[in-house]
Design a protein around this ligand. Structure first.
Ligand SMILES: NC(=O)c1ccc[n+]([C@@H]2O[C@H](COP(=O)([O-])OP(=O)(O)OC[C@H]3O[C@@H](n4cnc5c(N)ncnc54)[C@H](OP(=O)(O)O)[C@@H]3O)[C@@H](O)[C@H]2O)c1
Length: 256
C-alpha cells in the first residue's frame, strides 16, 4: 500500500450527512478509501452514499447518534460487517448553540453541545479502541475535528469553544494513552468555513469586518481541508501523534 495514499483503507466518518463530513466522504472515496458514513439524518446519508456509489466508489451508510452509546456500538457493528475493521475513525460530528453567551445558554444547550462535540469524541474513541483490540488490528488512527475556537474565541461561542478546547486537549491526552493499542490520534483545527455550524459568523452582519482579521483575507473552503485530511488519514503521517493541524489562513496568528 502506498504510504501517502488512503486507498483500500476503511475510514469511518461521523457527522457525514452535511458540511465537512459530507465533503470528507467524497475526498476519501475518490482517493480509493472505503468510506462509512454516519449521522442521524439517514436520508442525507443514503443520498451521499448513492452518489458516491454511482461514481464507482466504495461507500456505506448507517444511522449514528453520537449522543447514544447503543447507536455508536450498532454503527461500528454494521460498518464492520460491510467493510471489515475500521482503519481510520474521523470524529467530526458537531453542533453549536447559536451565538449565545454564558448567561444566555441553559442546561440543555450546555448538555447538547458538550455531549455532541466532546463526550462523543471520547466515547467513539473508546469504543473504536475496543474494536481495534478485539479485532487484533494492532494499528488504528483517530482524526479529531477540533476548531481554532479551541484557542481563539469570540463572544457568543460559549459552550462550543469550550467543547473544542476539550477536543484539542483530548487529542493530546489520547496521543499519550492510545499508542499502547497501536492507535495514533491527531486533530485538524479548521478556521471558519461556511456550514450550518459557522453560518451565524460567516454570513453575519459583521462578516466583512471579521474576515479582515484573517491574514489571508478570506473564509475557508471545504477543499482547503483536503490536504491535511489526506495527510492525517494516510500513513504519510505515521509518526504524527498528538498534532493539532491548524488550517485557517493564519487566523490564529492575528491579534485582532
Ligand atoms: N464550519 C466551520 O467553520 C467549522 C470550523 C471548525 C470546526 N468545525 C467542526 O466541523 C465539524 C463538522 O461541522 P460542519 O461545520 O460541517 O457543520 P454541519 O454541516 O452542521 O455538520 C455537522 C454534522 O454533525 C452531525 N451531527 C450533529 N449531531 C449529531 C449526533 N448527535 N449524532 C451524529 N451526528 C451528528 C450532523 O448530522 P445529523 O444532524 O444528520 O446527525 C452533521 O452531519 C464539527 O465538529 C464542527 O464543530 C466547523
Amino acid at each position: 500500500m502506498d504510504r501517502f495514499s488512503v486507498a483500500g483503507k476503511h475510514i469511518a466518518i461521523t457527522g457525514a450527512s452535511s458540511g465537512f463530513g459530507h465533503h470528507f466522504a467524497g475526498v476519501l472515496a475518490r482517493e480509493g478509501a472505503r468510506v462509512s458514513l454516519g449521522a442521524r439524518r439517514t436520508e442525507k446519508i443514503e443520498a451521499r452514499v448513492d452518489g458516491l456509489r454511482g461514481e464507482g466508489h466504495a461507500a456505506f451508510g448507517a444511522a449514528l447518534d453520537v449522543c447514544d452509546r447503543a447507536s455508536m456500538e450498532a454503527f461500528f457493528t454494521t460498518i464492520e460487517a460491510e467493510f471489515g475493521p475500521v482503519d481510520v475513525l474521523i470524529n467530526n460530528a458537531g453542533i453549536e448553540a447559536g451565538a449565545k453567551t454564558y448567561t444566555m445558554i441553559d442546561e440543555d444547550d450546555w448538555d447538547a453541545v458538550i455531549d455532541t462535540n466532546l463526550k462523543s469524541a471520547w466515547l467513539m474513541s473508546k469504543l473504536y479502541t475496543e474494536r481495534v483490540v478485539a479485532n487484533e488490528q494492532r494499528e488504528g488512527n483517530i482524526v479529531m475535528i477540533s476548531s481554532i475556537t479551541d484557542t481563539r474565541t469570540i463572544k457568543g461561542q460559549f459552550p462550543y469553544a469550550i467543547s473544542k478546547g476539550g477536543v484539542t486537549r483530548m487529542t493530546e491526552v489520547l496521543a499519550l494513552e492510545a499508542p499502547r493499542y497501536g492507535i495514533r490520534v491527531n486533530a485538524i483545527a479548521p478556521g471558519y468555513i461556511l456550514t450550518d455550524v459557522s453560518r451565524l459568523v460567516v454570513e453575519g452582519d459583521n462578516a466583512p469586518d471579521f474576515v479582515k482579521g484573517i491574514p489571508m483575507r478570506r473564509f475557508g473552503k471545504f477543499e482547503d481541508l483536503d490536504g491535511p485530511l489526506l495527510l492525517l488519514a494516510s500513513d504519510a503521517s505515521r509518526w504524527m501523534n498528538g498534532s493539532i493541524v491548524v488550517v485557517d489562513g493564519g487566523h490564529v496568528c492575528a491579534s485582532l
